[in-house]
Design a protein around this ligand. Structure first.
Ligand code: FE2
Length: 149
């Protein structure tokens, strides 16, 4: 009888957070490069602001601590919040508190939009993984066991 594949567990400290600038942290937990599905976490500091961006696929955001919002919306994400961002949604993330910890489950690419409304840059799963692995190396961490399927 064939066995089902076993589950893969990562403990809370099995993947390091790297500094992406200004004390803002990133880690990448899992990437499906060919499907462009990527699961990441950030710990942001107050006043961090992302570029305005559009998602080509759906995104789920789970907040563990701190608080943040979209400049374009009134609601505030706090510990325990669940956020669904539909494909084609456009927004600008703004962090309201130090140590705001969020896990993102992202399908598709983030298209970063400049002041003229043009695409300034594109972030996708494999690119995010490459950035994370490069920063791990530069910041003295051993190659992390990111799940890449
Ligand atoms: Fe977003």
């Amino acid at each position: 009888m064939e066995r089902a594949p076993s589950a893969v567990h990562l403990g809370a400290n099995d993947l390091p957070f790297v500094d992406i600038g200004g004390g803002n942290l990133l880690r990448v937990l899992q990437v499906f490069p060919t499907e462009n599905v990527w699961i990441t976490e950030n710990i942001f500091m107050k006043d961090f602001e992302s570029p305005m961006h559009m998602h080509t696929g759906s995104v789920w955001g789970h907040t563990f601590s701190g608080s943040w919002k979209y400049v374009e919306s009134d609601f505030v994400n706090r510990a325990g919040s669940f956020l669904f961002e539909p494909a084609s949604s456009v927004h600008t993330l703004k962090i309201l508190e130090d140590n705001t910890h969020v896990r993102w489950h992202i399908h598709g690419a983030n298209l970063n939009i400049d002041a003229e409304g043009s695409i300034a840059s594109i972030v996708f799963g494999k690119a995010r993984l490459d950035t994370y692995l490069k920063l791990c190396e530069e910041q003295g961490f051993a190659r992390p066991p990111v799940l890449v399927l």
